[in-house]
Design a protein around this ligand. Structure first.
Ligand code: HAM
Length: 364
């Protein structure tokens, strides 16, 4: 925890993660009344007083999601599927999803005893950190980067799952397989936070070295109750944005550019502006973001600006177009251009934009 005293002598702790705050906000605002399940996301700075190294920072940023109110393994699949499609949308491919089940408090007690028993036989061989973990949180012994062989031979959580936890885990794996979602089981994956139950998962990037976890999450079915709220199952994940950037760079991918607008409307003279304003308004009513050039600059400059703003389409209207009662619709990605009558312009632009977006998504 990043804890310090402020000038008033108060002890302050900066938030280390987003799951507990999300659940607290859910409880404090009685959001259960809006129906279940509910889905949330957050992006923001997090703070942990860790030993800094490449990919491990004291202030970093997370993007995370939480799904509250479902105990079904389908919800686990949805969350893992979302994680994967998010990573694919960045163009990443050199990563693996690791999966495990750490059971519920009931079956974990038996497991922890077995683990303690195992490690007590190896107590003299383990490192000082592990000796501390042995007393504080025996599950974390499996995370040790030094005593890897001892950890690998340790009893596995899945061997101690109760019937309900086993059924949940088997169902989850079978749905993932039927959806062709690649994953690897890692019997030593236990995660560093105490609230997890049943499913835990971690995405590791192949090119990042020691700090290779770019995204991680799992179920925490007891947390809502523990924080004073209703007894609700929940799960989610968070991704470290700095590590994602390292991963994108290591695969030599282009950082996807955000568009400032979908459509850039380019009127070429005063008569055309009125029609251009009308078309802009219709496009905005369809939910698109539209920038219209109100300074009537030469077409070359307007198109340069449209490209700079990363617009997908430019709509050009000049004297000729007004006479023909048509607009020029220019696809700025493949540079194709079509003349479309006023009456069909909005529908046509929507179709082109849909095609551009689908192609962009498939491309990533
Ligand atoms: P976490 O594994 O502690 O999980 O963090 C999630 C991700 O944040 C890590 O996989 C890593 O990419 C990034 N991260 C963590 N610590 C650092 C650091 N010191 N420097 C840079 N990046 C870091 C959680 O925080 C859970 N709240 C995830 C979750 C959401 N579980 C359920 N819902």
């Amino acid at each position: 925890m990043y804890t310090f005293f402020d000038k008033g002598g108060r002890s302050l702790t900066l938030r280390p993660e987003g799951t507990a705050p999300t659940i607290r906000a859910f409880i404090e605002n009685s959001m259960i009344n809006d129906g279940l399940p509910q889905r949330f996301y957050y992006i923001g700075p997090m703070f942990r007083y860790e030993r800094p190294q490449a990919g491990r920072l004291r202030q970093f940023h997370q993007f995370g999601v939480e799904l509250i109110g479902s105990a079904e393994p389908f919800a686990d699949v949805e969350v893992i599927q979302l994680a994967k499609s998010f990573l694919s949308s960045l163009g990443l491919s050199s990563y693996k999803i690791y999966l495990n089940s750490i059971g519920c408090p009931k079956c974990r007690t038996e497991y922890k005893n077995a683990l303690k028993e195992y490690y007590s036989q190896h107590y003299e061989e383990i490192c000082e950190d592990c000796k501390r973990r042995f007393e504080l949180n025996v599950l974390r012994l499996l995370d040790c980067k030094k005593d890897i062989e001892i950890a690998q031979r340790a009893p596995k959580t899945v061997e101690y799952l109760c019937n309900d936890c086993r059924e949940h885990y088997e169902k989850l794996k079978s749905i993932l397989r039927s959806l062709n979602m690649p994953f690897e089981e890692d019997g030593n994956l236990v995660r560093g936070l105490d609230y997890y139950t049943r499913t835990v998962f971690e995405v590791k990037h192949d090119l990042l070295g020691a700090q290779s976890a770019i995204l991680a999450g799992g179920r925490y079915d007891g947390l809502c109750k523990e924080l004073g709220g209703p007894d609700l199952p929940a799960l989610g994940f968070a991704a470290g944005i700095e590590r994602l950037i390292l991963a994108v760079k290591s695969e030599q991918l282009q950082i996807p550019q955000d568009s400032y607008c979908d459509i850039y409307v380019a009127p070429l003279d005063e008569q055309a502006v009125v029609k251009a304003l009308e078309i802009s308004d219709s496009l905005r009513k369809c939910g698109l973001s539209v920038i219209i050039d109100v300074n009537l600059r030469p077409i070359k400059i307007q198109l340069k600006r449209a490209n700079k703003l990363n617009a997908a389409i430019a709509v050009i209207i000049g004297e000729d177009e007004l006479l023909k009662k048509a607009v020029q619709v220019k696809n700025l990605l493949d540079q194709t251009q079509s003349e479309v009558e006023f009456g069909y312009a909005v529908d046509y632009i929507l179709d082109v934009l849909k095609a551009v977006r689908t192609r962009n998504f498939e491309h990533t």
